[in-house]
Design a protein around this ligand. Structure first.
Ligand SMILES: Nc1nc2c(c(=O)[nH]1)N[C@H]1C(S)=C(S)[C@@H](COP(=O)(O)O)O[C@H]1N2
Ligand SMILES: [Mo]
Length: 240
């Protein structure tokens, strides 16, 4: 296993030649290599999402000045109710869990500053995330020997995405309940979203409801539509 990326042989999504080639080019140049056509095609693929947001919701969006674009596949955004919300962790684990937000916050608190990149080309630098390292949560549920992947299921159906167990165990993978010093807002996925800074934003499931621990990697929402499963920033182009 390559510790820096979490890859191992079984998890390589692409021929090694291309991966190494793009990997050495870095984000800026590999973006150029995409060329206009590929870039536009990806932009167009996500444009309907933005148009699908009802006017009332769109008006509530934060100013574009902060760099974020708010995405949802099935607006309006799910409503978070602290009295009923639970994060369920189930599947191939020794100890399934069902945690309230307060219980989740009792797990070791972690904070990091990282850049956020959407595969369509926009980024937000220096986002300060507060939450729980996924590895700390996994330690609590103890995945069993067959466990290989995690499916992150959103309250917003049918949004889902996955990480392999190795990827999920990288130290900067978090479940975030705070952003830039404030509780995570509804449009950004309250109460909790997945944060995987080394991969494109579509891996970061908002309005998280459940984590299924599985023995196979089930394709996520955008992966079912042709985007790379291993969405390493600068080393995946969004197409498989
Ligand atoms: N539930 C859900 N999570 C989601 C998405 C979505 O449409 N629904 N979009 C993803 C994509 S493609 C990106 S780039 C980020 C955008 O985060 P933001 O809406 O907080 O800006 O959310 C990710 N998580
Ligand atoms: Mo995205």
């Amino acid at each position: 296993m390559d510790v820096e990326t979490g890859n191992d042989d079984a998890e390589k999504g692409r021929p090694i030649g291309r991966r190494v080639f793009l990997g050495t080019m870095g984000l800026g140049i590999s973006s150029l290599l995409w060329g206009d056509t590929a870039w536009r095609a990806i932009g167009d693929a996500m444009a309907p999402l933005v148009r699908a947001v009802p006017a009332a919701v769109r008006d509530a969006l934060p100013s574009p000045a902060d760099g974020w674009r708010i995405y949802a596949v099935n607006p309006p955004f799910p409503e978070f109710d602290a009295a009923t919300w639970r994060l369920t962790v189930a599947g191939l684990v020794g100890e399934p869990a069902s945690l309230s937000l307060d219980e989740l916050k009792q797990l070791p608190r972690s904070e990091q500053v990282s850049d956020f990149h959407c595969v369509t080309g926009w980024s937000v630098p220096d986002v300060r995330w507060t939450g729980v390292r996924l590895s700390d949560l996994l330690a609590r549920v103890t995945p069993d020997a067959r466990a290989r992947a995690l499916s992150f299921v959103s309250l917003e159906e049918p949004y889902v995405d996955t990480l392999t167990l190795r990827q999920a165990s990288l130290p900067d993978v978090m479940l975030a309940y705070g952003m830039d010093g404030r509780p995570l807002t509804r449009e950004h996925g309250a109460p909790v979203r997945v944060v995987m800074p080394r991969m494109y934003g579509y891996k970061g499931v908002k309005w998280l409801a459940r984590i299924d621990v599985t023995d196979v990697v089930a394709p996520g929402y955008w992966e079912q539509r042709g985007y790379d499963r291993d969405a390493w920033v600068g080393r995946s182009n969004g197409y498989s």
